[in-house]
Write a protein of this length. Structure first.
Length: 164
């Protein structure tokens, strides 16, 4: 299948009307920069090209909530930038974008609020600036390490109290 055929298939699964399908594919082709190769067989796509088709599939029906989990994995610098810009534009449309990443600089530049998870628990949730203010760290990544170390230290202390 080509990228276009893939998108048409998923649009039909989401019950989009045929005129709307063509409109959305054209808009997303422009928005994501996939127009030059959308009609080529997807089997020959690079990782970044595949990722853009996956993102287009996810937003064809214009959901109010978009969850992106490690969306920049395997992308080159240009494709990663395009992804972050797309997520920013999607959020500007009044949509909720939940962005899960291990790359703190992405979270810092994209997110209004960030949650730091450690061992399956949310240990902090606030704006990046407010999180950074909780520690002497300068970046969100350094803050992440400081807060997770503090959580581990607290967990060890609590475990010692339980066993005593």
């Amino acid at each position: 299948m080509t990228g276009r055929e893939n998108l048409q298939f998923f649009a039909e699964l989401n019950d989009l009307a045929k005129p709307k399908i063509a409109e959305r594919i054209a808009a997303l082709s422009h928005e994501l920069g996939i127009g030059d190769w959308i009609d080529l067989p997807a089997a020959g796509y690079s990782t970044g090209m595949k990722q853009k088709i996956v993102i287009a599939r996810a937003v064809l029906h214009e959901p109010m909530v978009l969850m992106l989990d490690e969306a920049s994995n395997g992308l080159d610098v240009l494709a990663r930038r395009a992804l972050l810009e797309f997520a920013t534009r999607y959020r500007a449309l009044g949509k909720l974008v939940i962005y899960s990443t291990h790359i703190m600089s992405e979270a810092e530049s994209l997110c209004d609020r960030a949650a730091i998870l450690h061992m399956g628990r949310v240990i902090a949730c606030d704006t990046a600036a407010a999180l950074r203010a909780q520690t002497p760290a300068g970046t969100l990544e350094e803050t992440f390490f400081a807060l997770t170390r503090a959580a581990e230290s607290h967990d060890v202390s609590a475990q010692k109290q339980v066993t005593a």
